[in-house]
Design a protein around this ligand. Structure first.
Ligand code: UDP
Ligand code: MG
Length: 132
């Protein structure tokens, strides 16, 4: 069965939105098959966001992602990788349509509440990264 790695970000924790995010995943009929709260360190974030390492905002992302706990989840279902990206909405909350998580709750492109794997291949890499 297809799986993806979903992670609520520190702003979801600070704003008390974790429950609403999980509810949207469950309402869609996807199964949360593993879940844990973590305080991430710099090493794992540098690995996870390696594709952004040369961007000027990279240090800010790392600081933000270490500012409060995250909830990592393995979510399972047919077509779950692409479907979760649709449920999340695009990176920038201002571009994201209402009805998406980012469209409903985020208004910028850095503090955007949720991470979701962007391909089946990356999902398996990320699940291994955060769940071993
Ligand atoms: N990000 C940012 N500014 C940008 C692009 C990305 O702060 O211009 C942050 C944001 O938190 C984003 C994360 O870096 O979610 C990872 O970027 P990516 O392009 O992978 O976006 P995503 O897959 O999360 O939509
Ligand atoms: Mg990404």
């Amino acid at each position: 069965m297809e799986r993806t790695y979903i992670m609520t970000k520190p702003d979801a924790y600070d704003r008390g939105l974790i429950g609403q995010i999980i509810t949207r995943i469950e309402n869609k009929g996807f199964k949360i098959v593993d879940m844990k709260m973590m305080n991430l360190d710099e090493d794992i974030l540098k690995e996870h966001y390696a594709h952004l390492a040369d961007k000027p905002f990279f240090p800010e992302i790392v600081e933000y992602m270490m500012s409060a706990p995250v909830i990592g989840m393995v979510v399972e279902g047919s077509g779950v990788v692409d479907s979760m990206r649709k449920i999340m909405g695009p990176t920038d909350g201002l571009e994201a349509n209402p009805g998406t998580i980012r469209g409903d709750f985020a208004n910028n492109k850095s503090q955007n509440l949720i991470h979701g794997s962007d391909s089946i291949e990356n999902a398996e890499i990320e699940i291994k990264r955060f769940f071993g």
